[in-house]
Design a protein around this ligand. Structure first.
Ligand code: PSU
Ligand code: MN
Length: 309
């Protein structure tokens, strides 16, 4: 960012001492989002997961930087108390995507950051690698509803690599991949040539590149930015076999959840949290367990990539 912008956003940014020191000393840092805490999982599993995922990052030689907005400040690196607060408040906390950011900050409010907003804040702080569960994408029916997550537009523009377990089939995976292609966002499969579908290791969609090591992922990500190709990178990391779900069971559960959402007239930013909660209910908690495990798995890979950057 230019020097002039720098002066402007610095007054909103609050980087924790630990993350600041890590960045100054070129140590590997991994960003984490907070919508997954407040809207993506129920209490208390959300807090347990948020704290454990930080531990996984430390155990793998990097420093975690969980991102949220508290009292209008863009916080990079949260305390345990702050994580507990976001988890307990849950959906009372505003889910903040790019369009919401100015309002929340200008009014000194709290906000949970989506993939899009976490990328924005990570980039402002100088964090390049970000681990999460799944990205938002083009929803089923997006060709008429135009419900396309702002995450995709952010991936088009913001220089942060997002390590995820692919996209959930609550989305239209084909449309999501097309959108990313149009905007020049590389989707790199980690040890796979199939787009992982979050709860399952594979979907019917092929990826162009199967990358076998974290070193190679780091090299491709760095090269993209050295070439001046702005925008993000998606690293698609399949859920470990032992935690992956039965394809037919999860597909049917997702279809029922989508029908339920339509019946209840769920729209806009409510859609993703509604579907996640519904799928958990239908699978009697199994989807939540899978979700938690794939987040840990992504945090581990993200740490390895960050160490190689
Ligand atoms: N997918 C998940 N869990 C989540 C989300 C997505 O499995 O918690 C959250 C992320 O924060 C993502 C956001 O950025 O939902 C996308 O919401 P929307 O589709 O409204 O942009
Ligand atoms: Mn949407």
């Amino acid at each position: 960012r230019g020097d002039e912008n720098m002066k402007n956003f610095m007054k909103y940014l609050e980087v924790s001492q630990e993350v600041k020191e890590a960045l100054e000393n070129n140590k590997p840092v991994v960003a984490l989002e907070s919508t997954i805490i407040s809207h993506g999982m129920p209490y208390p599993q959300n807090c347990e997961t948020a704290l454990k995922v930080e531990k996984v990052i430390r155990d793998n030689g990097a420093i975690p930087a969980t991102i949220a907005i508290l009292n209008g400040k863009l916080k990079v690196g949260l305390s345990e108390t702050e994580i507990e607060f976001l988890g307990k408040e849950g959906s009372k906390i505003t889910k903040v995507s790019r369009r919401d950011l100015a309002y929340i900050v200008a009014n000194n409010l709290h906000g949970a950051t989506t993939v899009a907003t976490t990328m924005i804040i990570a980039e402002l702080a100088g964090v390049k690698i970000f681990a999460t569960g799944g990205i938002g994408g083009a929803h089923r029916g997006a060709e008429t509803t135009m419900d396309i997550s702002a995450d995709l537009e952010e991936l088009a523009n913001t220089n942060v690599a997002v390590i995820c377990a692919g996209a959930k089939s609550i989305l239209d995976l084909g449309l999501t991949l097309e959108y990313l292609e149009t905007h020049g966002v590389p989707v790199l499969g980690y040890q796979t040539k199939k787009l992982p579908a979050f709860y399952t290791r594979e979907s019917e969609f092929d990826l162009d590149y199967k990358i076998d090591t974290p070193e190679e992922l780091a090299r491709i990500i760095s090269t993209k930015w050295e070439l001046g190709l702005n925008g993000g990178v998606v690293v698609a990391n399949p859920i470990p076999v032992e935690f992956s779900m039965d394809y037919n069971l999860i597909t049917e559960s997702i279809e029922n959840a989508v029908k339920e959402a339509e019946k209840n007239g769920i729209k806009g930013k409510e859609t993703t949290p509604f579907l996640l909660a519904k799928i958990k209910e239908i699978t009697k908690g199994a989807s939540l367990e899978a979700n938690i495990q794939l987040v840990y798995n992504n945090a581990k890979l993200a740490s390895e990539i960050a160490r190689n950057m």
